[in-house]
Design a protein around this ligand. Structure first.
Ligand code: 5GP
Ligand code: SF4
Ligand code: MG
Length: 465
């Protein structure tokens, strides 16, 4: 998901809508905005579909007045399939000291247990979302102000959470102690904003100030600026390495590094580790493009757009049902026959999850008359599900969970299939020594099976680590 908030700006809703539009790649199912105005109070709008199709209507935007607002773009992760409008964030709660709204990116790994406990004690849930737990935990806290109630609530929550919240006067941002999901701070005129990624600051002309640190809570008002709190016990950070590979936008900056440059470097490492003789390096657009550029550069094999993407389709993977996802590949990608014919082609993609995309693409490329097809993948085999906010399927459906590299190669029917090594990936993200096995610098559970937070609910449901 993508989250954004702004305080101390005229018509905050417009900034929030633009910020969410820049974060649309993080979630395309639905979006929502909450604003506060001293005269009009809290207002909210939650809609299915793209930001640009909803939050551009003047009629709607006029219902969201105020200098303070937050928003969310949604992408449903495991357990909450088939979105209902009541699952669309931000969530709102009315407390004795006033209202508060929250927007959450990530996944709470003990949400089932928390929900059971809260329901037994009388909480009435409005949605099926794990994020709603935070509001109910806040309602039960005995603290006298909302930021402290939020601290109380979030200390009970396990898993990954980047949160943007608001009260009548304050914009609040929090990252979980491991800092799994991103969150950055920006300055815009006299005001401030919080966003999942820096590309959302660029779109509104905000200046990048810094990242919210793992385990940090910032409380921001227009008058007093940014106050930093540390509600959690410090822990070694475990930022999601897959943000670098796929999830974030290439024009964003993470930890001072350009995501585009990191992906290009992944391609360089991939070419060093897994060279192959061929005539053409083709990206699977758009997610494979920077890595393919790096691969072509390092290998000296010409780069070409052998697959053309229809710009009017969204990300296939993010479509919630398998049926639409299967259709998606053809609706979205087509082969550039004139370029491919007779050539030995290296296809570079970011990841193989179920293998549906790769299989379809291989067929399309061979139909177009390619002499050979070699897959080079910019991440290690995805053998484990993510429980921290990226939608990977159950373990059985992950190709790499049940097959060796050789078997995957045969299953896909390609001439060769190679993945970047975990160490190679770490080198590409800037860890010269590779992965620190005793304390990995990132979360890489979907590749390594080493989960930095025990997925408590899933273990109860029978998941074996
Ligand atoms: P597959 O067809 O193998 O299931 O999916 C692989 C494709 O989906 C890749 O081209 C990649 O761009 C995209 N993808 C891979 N992993 C993820 C993920 O965890 N989340 C999303 N949204 N897309 C993914
Ligand atoms: Fe990211 Fe993978 Fe960890 Fe999920 S399991 S947070 S996708 S690195
Ligand atoms: Mg892709």
């Amino acid at each position: 998901c993508g989250i954004f908030g702004a305080v101390g700006v005229t018509d905050a809703a417009n900034f929030v809508a633009l910020g969410l539009h820049a974060l649309q790649h993080r979630g395309q199912e639905a979006g929502g905005i909450v604003t506060y105005d001293p005269v009009e109070g809290f207002n909210s709008a939650r809609r299915f579909g793209y930001v640009r199709d909803n939050f551009t209507s003047q009629t709607l935007m006029k219902t969201l007045p105020g200098a303070l607002g937050i928003g969310h773009v949604r992408y449903s992760t495991a357990g909450s399939k088939g979105a209902a409008i009541r699952d669309v964030q931000p969530f709102f709660g009315e407390f004795s000291m006033g209202g508060a709204a929250i927007a959450h990116n990530g996944n709470i790994t003990n949400a089932d247990a928390l929900r059971r406990e809260l329901v037994e004690r009388g909480s009435i849930f409005q949605s099926s979302s794990d994020s709603e737990c935070i509001i109910h935990l806040m309602a039960r806290s005995l603290q006298r102000n909302i930021p402290e109630r939020m601290e109380d609530a979030l200390r009970r929550v396990e898993g990954a959470f980047s949160v943007v919240a608001m009260t009548r006067t304050k914009l609040i941002g929090v990252r979980d102690p491991l800092g799994v999901r991103p969150l950055v701070l920006g300055k815009i005129g006299e005001g401030w904003c919080l966003a999942s990624e820096t590309c959302a600051l660029d779109i509104i002309g905000a200046e990048y100030v810094r990242e919210i640190e793992p385990g940090e809570m910032v409380v921001i008002t227009a008058e007093d600026g940014v106050q930093s709190h540390r509600p959690f016990r410090p822990q070694p950070s475990k930022f999601c390495i897959f943000e670098h590979v796929y999830f974030s936008r290439p024009d964003s900056i993470i930890g001072g590094q350009s995501v585009y440059e990191t992906r290009r470097q992944i391609g360089v490492e991939l070419a060093r580790e897994n060279p192959v003789e061929a005539d053409l390096v083709c990206p699977v657009p758009d997610s494979g493009t920077p890595a393919a550029i790096g691969f072509a550069h390092e290998s000296g094999i010409p780069f070409g757009m052998g697959i053309i993407r229809n710009q009017y389709m969204g990300r296939t993977f993010i479509e919630p049902t398998e049926h639409i996802r299967n259709m998606g590949v053809r609706l979205k990608l087509n082969v550039n026959r004139a370029l491919i014919k007779g050539k030995r082609v290296i296809l570079v993609d970011d990841s193989v999850v179920r293998g549906t995309t790769s299989r379809k693409i291989k067929e399309m490329i061979l139909d177009a008359g390619a002499a050979e097809v070699h897959f080079r993948i910019a991440s290690p085999p995805t053998a484990w599900p993510c429980f921290y906010g990226v939608d990977t399927p159950q373990r059985e459906k992950l190709l790499a969970a049940t097959m060796s590299e050789e078997e995957m190669c045969q299953h896909l029917g390609v001439d060769s299939l190679k993945f970047i090594s975990l160490d190679g990936l770490y080198r590409a993200v800037g860890e010269a020594e590779g992965r620190d096995k005793s304390c990995p610098q990132y979360c890489d559970a979907c590749f390594s099976g080493e989960y930095p937070v025990e997925p408590a609910d899933m273990i109860k449901k029978g998941f074996q680590m």
